[in-house]
Design a binder for this molecule. Structure first.
Ligand SMILES: Cc1ncc(COP(=O)(O)O)c(C=O)c1O
Length: 421
């Protein structure tokens, strides 16, 4: 173990809850001291003692071009010299918004915020304000950030209908959140029928990536579209992970299903804190100051963050072959892991996840059958071998353009050794 990481973690625990600013970073579920990261480049990260790891976390999704992409870094450095934040309009926000609206058909207007959580929270308020209805349907095992109404069966937690997963979330805050089963249209239809005239929206990870990776089954998203139209509810795709990753137009483009609203985070900021929500002009014009749905932010549309996002998205647009390359690598990794380990491996595009079960995983209940103790053992051995995956079973392995076939082969062989020794 890195002594430097140990020393830093001891200092951190004295001044920050659990020593971290986001819980999963604490390595608690795998019983280790977290590695403190000093720097990163391409698909490698380096800890405080200078040890190198092959990084499958990629900052939890944003680094689709690899860490410290030269164009993104250069653009940010240039921009920084002009000042960090003005709390006023800048050209960069217009440019990022134009880049998105001119390349994604279902987004005519967009509002920038600072995180995926904020994007979802705001999109839900907009859906309620627009529809004048109260209830929200979400899916068991889908995570949509940590706003109160979304902390219900958010990837794990209490199993009871409508009960919050977190202390401090009132029953009232969660009682308008209805839970359906992922990949199960019957469960959605039943809720729509029971709550007729009061469902403002259905929010879904159009490929779930917070209960492990669970792709939408054939017809599931199209079925949701149909049900939403039938019952007058808005369909929200939470594309915080899938946006600009499965395709430039995210899961909506990948699956060919058009949502009413989309939420973004991660890749949109090129590694800086950005979230966004967008949709048709007709719906988005309900947002303040044109409309009556209030939402604001001191640092929203921050010029440095916008610059990083613009440079990242421009590269994805200029080189669409990136997606073919990433998707091929994803399939190669998944096939290799499946063959080497004999466990269920779910994959879509550049998102892959091994479940420590041999049963198919298509929803929250089947994801929960994975042997998490088995995962902890593998995690420790991977880290010792220089492979950094998320310290939780229920996360994706994120690929980026810096990965090579050799990296994937090394990873597959390391898994094989760990699981067969
Ligand atoms: C699908 C999804 N939605 C929302 C969020 C929340 O985003 P953030 O952590 O930027 O608040 C996440 C975070 O991982 C996510 O995966």
């Amino acid at each position: 173990m890195s002594n430097q990481s140990q020393n830093l973690f001891e200092r951190a625990q004295k001044v920050m809850p659990g020593g971290v600013n986001s819980p999963v970073r604490a390595f608690k579920s795998v019983g280790l001291t977290p590695r403190f990261i000093d720097r990163a480049c391409g698909n490698k990260i380096y800890d405080a003692e200078g040890r190198e790891y092959l990084d499958y976390v990629g900052s939890w999704g944003p680094m689709i071009l690899g860490h410290a992409d030269p164009k993104v870094i250069e653009a940010v450095q240039k921009r920084v010299e002009k000042g960090l934040s003005f709390g006023a309009c800048t050209e960069a926000e217009v440019e990022l918004a134009e880049l998105i609206t001119s390349n994604i058909d279902h987004i005519e207007m967009i509002r920038m915020v600072n995180s995926g959580t904020e994007a979802v929270m705001s999109a839900l308020r907009l859906a309620r304000g627009y529809s004048k209805k109260n209830k929200i349907i979400k899916f068991e095992g889908c995570y949509h950030g940590h706003s109160d109404a979304m902390l219900v069966k958010a990837g794990s937690g209490a199993m009871t209908f409508g009960d919050p997963d977190s202390a401090g979330v009132t029953k009232g805050a969660a009682e308008d959140t209805l839970l359906a089963r992922y990949n199960d249209l019957t469960s959605v239809e039943a809720l729509m029928r029971e709550n007729k005239d009061d469902v403002a929206c259905v929010i879904v990870e159009a490929t779930a990536a917070n209960m492990g990776v669970v792709p939408a089954a054939a017809g599931f998203l199209a079925g949701l579209r149909k049900l939403c139209d039938q019952y007058g509810a808005l369909l929200i795709f939470d594309e915080v992970i899938t946006g600009f990753r499965l395709a430039f137009g995210g899961a909506a483009e990948y699956f060919g299903v058009k949502p009413d609203l989309v939420t973004y985070g991660k890749i949109i900021g090129g590694g800086m804190p950005v979230g966004a929500y967008g949709g048709s002009r007709e719906i988005m014009e309900h947002v303040s100051p044109v409309g009556s749905v209030y939402q604001a932010g001191t640092l929203s549309g921050n010029p440095i963050a916008m610059t990083a996002g613009i440079e990242a998205l421009k590269q994805l647009l200029e080189k669409p072959e990136i997606y073919t390359q990433l998707n091929e690598m994803g399939a190669y990794l998944a096939d290799g892991l499946r063959e080497a380990c004999g466990f269920t491996v779910n994959n879509i595009g550049s998102l892959t996840c091994m479940f420590y079960t041999k049963e198919p995983v298509s929803d929250y209940d089947s994801a929960c059958k994975s042997d998490t103790a088995g995962f902890s053992h593998v995690f420790r051995e991977l880290l010792a071998a220089g492979i950094y995956v998320a310290p939780s079973q229920y996360e994706a392995m994120f690929l980026n353009t810096a990965f090579s076939k050799e990296d994937l082969d090394f990873t597959i062989e390391t898994y094989r050794k760990i699981l067969t020794q």
